[in-house]
Design a protein around this ligand. Structure first.
Ligand code: GBH
Length: 485
């Protein structure tokens, strides 16, 4: 697994879409410009800046004021598509169903969408990439109150479909519900920072949050399918992230089961109800008992009715880990299925070379296996909605060093080879790929110290400089897609 590998530049289908991805809070800045309301990320990063490496998204990449330049940049890379998110509190500052719409916020996204279309770039729009209006937590606990949150999210979704849906035809409801639930309401390393130390019930909060997201997603899908899709002809789905898990001991039934269970606790948690219209995975019911909410008959019916409306499986994927089953009973607030995650297996073998983030190792074979796992379980086409990495040491590099990002070029090359093999050798329908990210940006708890961009951003001058990887992606997609013609 850990030997260095050569990129083969294997072919991809001629109609395979590629592009880049970003998220509102990570790039926009303009934190209080034009009446934007506060989101939980404004609160989280300002209240205790140590949680975000001393940084915040007040300015970020200043994309809010540089949107035309950024669309030009993407056009120069030859992208087919661009995945971005809408800041809820920019279009509805207080977020709620009876709160006023901020027309300046709507105008910004109209401008972005029109610029993209004028360059023939297809927008993929995420409604929620982690920046809940602060007011919704203050009023009723946001995700912790399913019916209130669902009603407010329905209004927000309806607003976006009706204002942008004449031109936006590819919608994503939520980005990475696992991260919202676990990192936001268990470890608390991401906003709103709920964890045991801050007095929250980590035995139940993540599962309640997950439940709210699943139901709110299905409600938005229902609204889109019944009120908008007939005239707008677009598609809608959700984006789920997840590592692939290899058994820590490849020959042990116990650890094989542990790896499978870990995948179910990470991915099946959301994907089974959403894409299959069924209950949570049986292993989760068995292990979590009353900690896991029940779907009401109405919720179950909604899930069954909307499951097949989801257009594809939106996959964010970065890396692979080894899963080691732990002896039962698990700790009280276990959220893993009682599995430990490791970078090394029982034989001392590493998952792969480490990137600029300790958790992110280069493991294209795990990626290919995950594509197969998802296809075999859900039978949906797959779009890679995020994939990428920071180079080792990149945060401390000069501009000149940083733009020579050979490590990232190698990572992209191997992960694209894995997609090619999944398509042509395994028969998995993968339809598109968005590199994370268009440019260096605010990397949540790491602040500006982790650079995932294919474009370098100088945070003093805000100057954008293409890295080698941007030019590689442009060239390799042209070549790989020709190979297949
Ligand atoms: C994505 O999240 C986000 O959608 C995007 O906004 C973000 O910038 C990008 O990835 C890069 O991080 O699994 O405990 O070892 C990915 C979420 C972040 C989840 C890192 C796993 C690693 C810690 N991942 N986290 S762990």
């Amino acid at each position: 697994l850990s030997e260095p590998r050569e990129v083969e530049d294997l072919p991809l289908p001629h109609d395979f879409l590629w592009g880049t991805a970003t998220a509102a809070y990570q790039i926009e800045g303009g934190a209080s410009q034009d009446n934007k309301g506060k989101s939980i990320w404004d609160t989280f990063s300002h209240l205790e800046p140590s949680r975000t490496n001393g940084a915040n998204g007040d300015v970020a990449c200043d994309h809010y004021n540089r949107v035309a330049e950024d669309v030009d940049l993407m056009a120069s890379y030859g992208v087919d598509t661009y995945r971005f998110s809408i800041s809820w509190s920019r279009v509805i500052p207080f977020g709620g169903r009876d709160d006023t719409v901020n027309e300046d916020g709507v105008l910004f996204y109209n401008k972005l969408v029109d610029l993209l279309l004028s360059r023939k770039i297809i927008p993929i729009v995420t409604l929620y990439h982690w920046d809940a209006p602060q007011e919704l937590y203050d009023r009723y606990g946001a995700f912790l109150n399913t019916s209130e949150f669902r009603a407010d999210f329905e209004r927000f979704a309806r607003l976006c479909f009706s204002r942008f849906g004449d031109r936006v035809t590819k919608w994503v409801t939520f980005n990475e519900p696992y991260i919202i639930s676990i990192f936001g309401h268990h470890s608390g390393v991401l906003a709103p920072g709920h964890n045991a130390a801050s007095g929250h019930d980590t035995r139940t909060e993540p599962w309640r949050v997950g439940h709210t997201i699943i139901v709110s997603h299905a409600a938005a899908v229902h609204i889109y399918a019944t009120e908008f899709q007939p005239t707008q002809n677009g598609s809608i789905t959700i984006v789920l992230n997840g590592h692939f898990y290899e058994p820590w001991d490849a020959n042990s039934i116990e650890h094989q089961a542990g790896a499978q269970r870990r995948l179910e606790f990470y991915i099946g948690w959301f994907a089974d109800p959403i894409f299959l219209g069924t209950d949570y995975p049986a292993e989760m019911r068995a292990r979590l008992g009353s900690r896991l909410p029940e779907f009401s008959p109405d919720e179950m019916a909604l899930l069954r009715n909307t499951a097949s409306t989801n257009a594809y499986y939106g996959m964010n994927h970065y890396s692979t880990k080894f899963a080691r089953a732990l002896p039962d009973p698990p700790v009280e607030d276990d959220c893993t299925g009682n599995v430990e995650e490791l970078a090394t297996n029982n034989k001392g073998k590493m998952v792969g070379p480490v990137s600029g983030m300790a958790w992110l190792r280069v493991a294209p074979d795990g990626f290919r296996k995950l594509l197969n796992w998802v296809w075999n379980r859900y039978h949906l086409p797959i779009v890679i909605t995020e994939n990428g990495c920071p180079c080792p040491g990149e945060s401390n590099m000069s501009l000149e060093q940083a733009i020579n990002d050979d490590f990232r070029v190698g990572y992209f090359g191997l992960y694209l080879d894995a997609i090619s093999r999944a398509i042509y050798e395994d028969g998995v329908p993968v339809h598109g790929y968005c590199a994370w990210s268009l440019m260096d940006n605010f990397e949540w708890s790491a602040g500006y110290s982790a650079r995932y961009g294919i474009t370098h951003v100088d945070y003093d001058t805000l100057l954008r400089t293409p890295k080698k990887s941007a030019l590689y992606l442009k060239r390799t997609f042209n070549e790989r897609r020709k190979k297949h013609e």
